[in-house]
Design a protein around this ligand. Structure first.
Ligand code: NI
Length: 167
């Protein structure tokens, strides 16, 4: 296994659209294992393949307190969404920024695991928000892009300042 490098906003590669997985092979299993290792090492609660510069529809999520409930979503699709969430979200690609984005409180998701088995997952609260956030990554969308232009400008300025400090 290997730790993967996470792209930082405003890297243009975060705007690439991920393609569906068509072959469930050893390469896919390795990608999932590396993404999971990276997620736990950071630590984070969700990671999309887009964030590690692999443009395939693969997501790993673990919102459990004990960090022992990994969910792998390949080619995820939301088939039902209800309610409105009020959970602020952050992103490993946009460190230190937390904002409220309009998301469904509950979602029903259809996906495959890394072995190609189809399943349906019903999620609510943090898990629901996390899945919607990661699915946006697969479409090339970063959560702060839901905010006003002025807010996005301020965030970009803040991130640039952080980068100068750590350089
Ligand atoms: Ni993110």
């Amino acid at each position: 296994m290997a730790l993967l490098n996470i792209l930082r906003y405003p890297d243009a590669r975060l705007h690439k659209v991920a393609a569906p997985v068509t072959v469930f092979d050893e390469n896919l299993k390795k990608l999932v294992a590396d993404m999971a290792e990276t997620l736990y090492a950071v630590p984070g609660i969700g990671l999309a393949a887009t964030q590690v510069d692999v443009h395939k529809q693969v997501i790993v999520v673990d919102v459990s307190e004990r960090r022992d409930t990994l969910i792998v979503l390949v080619n995820p699709e939301i088939v039902e969404a209800t309610g409105v969430s009020d959970i602020e979200e952050g992103c490993l690609s946009v460190p230190t920024i937390y904002e409220l984005v309009e998301r469904a409180e509950r979602v029903k998701v259809r996906a495959y695991d890394q072995n190609g088995n189809a399943f349906t997952l019903e999620a609510q609260g943090l898990l629901s928000v996390c899945i919607q956030h990661e699915m946006d990554h697969l479409k090339g969308k970063v959560f702060i892009e839901y905010l006003s232009q002025l807010k996005q400008q301020r965030i970009r300025a803040k991130l640039a300042k952080q980068l100068r400090k750590t350089a």
